[in-house]
Design a protein around this ligand. Structure first.
Ligand code: ISJ
Length: 247
């Protein structure tokens, strides 16, 4: 059988999944690449891989897609790694610089600004001063490990999972394991088993990760991230896609 090609996110949030895959026999049945989320999405769109842990917003660019796992990168409270960082209150923000590595959170920021905060700033892609805007009314979206330890550096910090929950009462799904073609049931079941194994061994994984004085990795992997793709998270996913379509 040809190996199934998989693109997974190269951030700390995916390490539990990676641990499970590397400690399971499934590793011999796949070709795995670790990519930033926007590249996971592009590889699945370009059919360079069969499955990706892709930003859910990118599903809208796929002619055919199917969720192939019971697990995801989600949150049921503040996620602590997806933010709008700002030096002025959100109501006074006139420009928002988007994260080139993100697809979901850039769209989540747009959905919340329009529908929750009810402001209409300009959105900027590929800004030269992306994560250090000179203008006080210019904020930026940032995701992943690059946000660790940054919460105290800005006057106004908005955790986008927390704000989505305030807005909808639902949890949030940032990324899900999505296939662009039918995948055999037997593979899906073995894949899920590997992911489950990784989640169950998060304490072992934490011992392997370098300690950071400025970020609580244990709290992040055990509590802030919520990896179960529950019915409420699926509901949130489809609601989020509807909001994106209406932008
Ligand atoms: C919680 C996170 O979820 C992520 C956010 C994504 C996005 O904004 O497109 C995609 C994948 C996940 O890595 C994070 O990166 O911090």
């Amino acid at each position: 059988m040809n190996k199934i090609k998989i693109s997974a996110v190269s951030y700390t949030n995916t390490k539990p999944f990676l641990y499970g895959i590397l400690h399971s026999e499934i590793i011999d049945k796949i070709e795995l690449s670790m990519d930033m989320p926007s590249d996971c999405a592009q590889k699945l769109i370009d059919n360079k891989v069969d499955i990706g842990l892709i930003p859910v917003a990118a599903a809208l660019s796929l002619p055919q897609w199917e969720i192939v796992s019971d697990y995801c990168i989600g949150a049921s409270g503040p996620v602590n790694s997806v933010f709008i960082f700002s030096n002025c209150p959100i109501q006074e923000v006139t420009k928002v610089q988007l994260d080139p590595e993100s697809r979901s959170s850039n769209n989540l920021a747009r959905v919340l600004l329009k529908n929750f905060w009810k402001v209409e700033p300009e959105f900027i892609k590929d800004a030269a001063d992306y994560a250090s805007p000179a203008d006080v009314n210019t904020a930026f979206v940032q995701i992943g490990d690059r946000t660790f330890g940054k919460k105290d550096q800005y006057k106004y910090v908005y955790d986008l999972a927390e704000e989505w929950i305030k807005f909808t009462g639902l949890p949030f799904v940032f990324a899900a394991w999505i296939a662009n073609k039918p995948i055999p049931e037997s593979f899906i079941s073995e894949f899920n088993q590997a992911l489950r194994l990784g989640l169950a061994h998060r304490h072992n994984l934490l011992k392997e990760l370098p300690h950071r004085a400025d970020f609580d990795l244990e709290d992040y992997l055990m509590h802030k991230l919520d990896f179960e793709l529950t019915a409420d998270k699926k509901k949130a996913l489809y609601l989020f896609l509807d909001y994106i379509k209406a932008l």
